[in-house]
Ligand binder design. Structure first.
Ligand code: FES
Length: 257
């Protein structure tokens, strides 16, 4: 797929919780091509420091209005600078990048945690556009981390919630609810995005249940373009570049989580 460099005008920033924001950008060229699971490289500042670009997964696309939405956690100087971008500011984007999700499923189950729930939002929109409503299992440490529930309420069918401290939904990790969810319906694919230990455990359970499973890996990315090898990880029988071969993989392609 063709990637583009596009100057994108910020049209809004939405506070999702204390450390998580949604930024909406006018980027009609990239929005026209981006598929769920892909990401864009965002130039967060015109200055050379801290680093020119950050990879952020696409959380929503409004093709009619050419708007691309990204959800990010404020983790360091670069994302802090991004959080300070105001409506009307222009950011340079490169994208869409990477391999997205397979959309063949007729009865999908999503399992997500943290900002891993961002690319699954766009995936939910893509399924709904095909008349398919995904079920969603999400986990967080506390109820405040599960602000995602409100974002998914209108997109998901069955919505399973877990928190480590039991402040919302079932106490425990997503693994506490996964067996119940897996037996609730005849799912034909599980899509997982979140912390690596969670993806490893959920994909093992899905494969053991005979279900195909796609995972979206998160690795540090330097270039985001397949040139620097900073994102490489061990796949089955070969090294994988997460930015180029992924970030979405079939679970059985991944050897190192
Ligand atoms: Fe440079 Fe993947 S980030 S090769």
């Amino acid at each position: 797929m063709t990637k583009h460099m596009e100057d994108a005008k910020v049209v809004g920033q939405r506070v999702l919780n204390a450390t998580t924001r949604q930024i909406d950008l006018i980027a009609p060229v990239i929005a026209a091509d981006a598929v769920p699971g892909q990401f864009v490289n965002v130039q967060v500042t015109k200055h050379s420091a801290p680093l020119l670009r950050r990879p952020l997964g696409v959380a929503a696309v409004d093709r009619e209005n050419g708007v691309l939405s990204l959800i990010y956690r404020i983790l360091g100087e670069a994302t802090q600078l991004l959080a300070e971008a105001c409506s009307g500011d222009v950011l340079s984007l490169v994208g869409p990048l990477g391999r997205g999700f397979d959309l063949q499923a007729k009865q999908p189950l999503f399992v997500g945690g943290g900002t891993g729930l961002a690319p699954l939002l766009y995936l939910a929109d893509a399924f709904r556009a095909r008349g398919i409503v995904p079920d969603v299992l999400m986990g967080g440490r506390t109820a405040t981390e599960l602000f995602w529930k409100d974002l998914y309420e209108e997109k998901a069918g069955l919505l399973g919630l877990t928190t480590d401290d039991g402040s919302l939904g079932t106490q425990g990790t997503v693994l506490a609810l996964l067996p119940d969810m897996l037996s609730a319906k005849a799912y034909d694919c599980v899509y997982v995005c979140g912390p690596a230990p969670m993806m490893k455990a959920v994909s093992a359970a899905a494969l053991a249940a005979g279900l195909p499973c796609q995972v979206s890996l998160e690795k540090y990315m330097g270039c985001g373009l397949g040139a620097c090898l900073s994102c490489s990880c061990q796949g089955v029988g070969k090294r994988l570049k997460v930015c180029k071969d992924g970030p979405v993989f079939w679970a059985q392609e991944v050897a190192e989580w």
